[in-house]
Design a protein around this ligand. Structure first.
Ligand SMILES: *[C@@H]1O[C@H](CO)[C@@H](O)[C@H](O)[C@H]1NC(C)=O
Ligand SMILES: *[C@@H]1O[C@H](CO)[C@@H](O)[C@H](O)[C@H]1NC(C)=O
Length: 223
């Protein structure tokens, strides 16, 4: 019930802030160390830590070359939590009583590392360790992310149709402008012709008047 509500909230948040992802927990499924860094102590003290967070001790892991598997319910589980799609810098370390702690490996741990359908991620480092992590929510998040990109593409499609409408309007208004110019030119031509005709006729009338005055016009005889 709560988890359904949580996932609904996370879907809503994903739509608003794609970066936000609510509590994708990571559990340690198996760990095998191939070495210990402490020379004197017989049993190593192994812990996992992400930068800026608390150490998670793995008290069961005491022997090298032994595969330890976990059920995900142990007291130290979940191992860590992703609050967003951002990576965290994490690592396996061994406590050193004399000098600073030894490092098995330190890496950028990302929700996108969990690619397989069962939400599994295997991290190995030569001669150091082999670890399997589980994060089913990280995989679900991946599908949500792809639907989010689909949404973005839809948004781009809308931009596209807007662009198309603008292009059509530009073409249509250009055509209308050209038609308007042609009509205006034809009208102007017609007016010009009429005007010339009128002037021509007036010229004739004027000539007639002059001829009348001089008495040489064709009508002068009849007067
Ligand atoms: C880290 O440990 C301290 C003390 O044990 C605790 O108060 C704090 O809440 C822990 N922080 C996290 C992020 O678990
Ligand atoms: C690491 O452990 C996993 C799970 O036990 C196993 O499938 C994989 O083969 C191991 N990889 C190596 C390099 O030992």
């Amino acid at each position: 019930m709560a988890s359904r509500w949580n996932s609904r909230v996370s879907i809503i948040l994903l739509f608003c802030f794609p970066e936000v992802l609510l509590s994708a927990v990571v559990t340690l499924h198996s760990l095998e160390i191939y070495t210990t860094h402490e020379l004197l102590a017989s049993t190593p003290t192994v812990y996992f830590r992400c930068s800026g967070e608390n150490k998670t001790y793995l008290p069961d892991v005491t022997k090298k070359n032994t595969l330890y598997t976990f059920r995900g319910e142990e007291s130290f589980q979940p191992l860590m939590k992703f609050e967003s799609t951002k990576c965290k810098r994490c690592g396996f370390y061994e406590e050193d009583r004399i000098t600073s702690d030894d490092v098995f490996d330190e890496w950028e741990f990302c929700p996108s590392d969990f690619k397989s359908d069962d939400g599994r991620y295997i991290r190995t480092k030569d001669k150091e360790f082999n670890a399997t992590f589980l994060c089913p929510e990280c995989v679900k998040k991946g599908t949500l992310e792809s639907s989010d990109t689909a949404l973005h593409e839809k948004g781009n499609g809308m931009h596209w149709s807007v662009k198309l409408i603008i292009a059509i309007s530009v073409v249509a208004s250009t055509v209308l402008l050209i038609i308007g110019l042609i009509v205006a030119y034809k009208y102007w031509l017609k007016r010009k012709r009429q005007h010339e005709q009128a002037r021509f006729l007036k010229l004739f009338e004027d000539t007639d008047e002059i001829e009348d005055e001089l008495g040489i016009g064709p009508l002068s005889d009849s007067i």
